[in-house]
Design a protein around this ligand. Sequence first.
Ligand code: 5GP
Length: 201
Amino acid sequence: MSKGLLFVVSGPSGCGKGTLLAEILKNDNIFYSVSATTRSPRPGETDGINYYFLTKEKFEELINNNGMLEYAEYCGNYYGTPRKPVEDMLAEGRHVILEIEVQGAMKVMEKCPDAVFVFILPPSLKELRRRLNKRGTETEEVIEKRLGEAAGEIRQAYKYDYTLINGELSKAVDDMKAIIRAEELNAKNYPNYINEVLENA
Ligand code: 5GP
């Protein structure tokens, strides 16, 4: 069985990654990697579904036991990708999506050079501020911190394989689906297909 593909998706807080990926995840062959974090749950967030909400001690224990594929500190909290579920799903032939910030993505780039890196851009910084304010899940202070990170993150978008603008949601969803399909058809990802055709003489 062919291995699945690893997609790493980044974008500044408020760019609409969550909404976009919710549409993409309607495809059963795609597994969303649930991250661990030390930040507190937002209203409506559930442990094990949105994140594994851990204490700092537990998070550091996982780091020390090599349980994290990558991790980073963002706005004063740890965020990290538990290694095992990602490796298991890829081995089963399912695609895996990591929704992670830029420092973590750079670590995955070193460890998994075959992964596909997608950066989601907001239409503008002004629109990003408007969306964060409208979401209303963060305090004014946290919003300012996140906006402070945004420009620096966007400057790194050129390191990714693909960038897409999340202006109109349906268009961004189509673009993301196109990226996934293009990678599925990439000859370097599925060399076995070529042999299968030749063997079926
Ligand atoms: P939020 O607090 O808004 O849920 O997430 C803050 C940032 O952390 C977002 O940019 C999100 O993509 C990123 N993030 C979420 N999970 C992980 C992870 O496992 N590793 C890293 N490096 N970043 C993550």
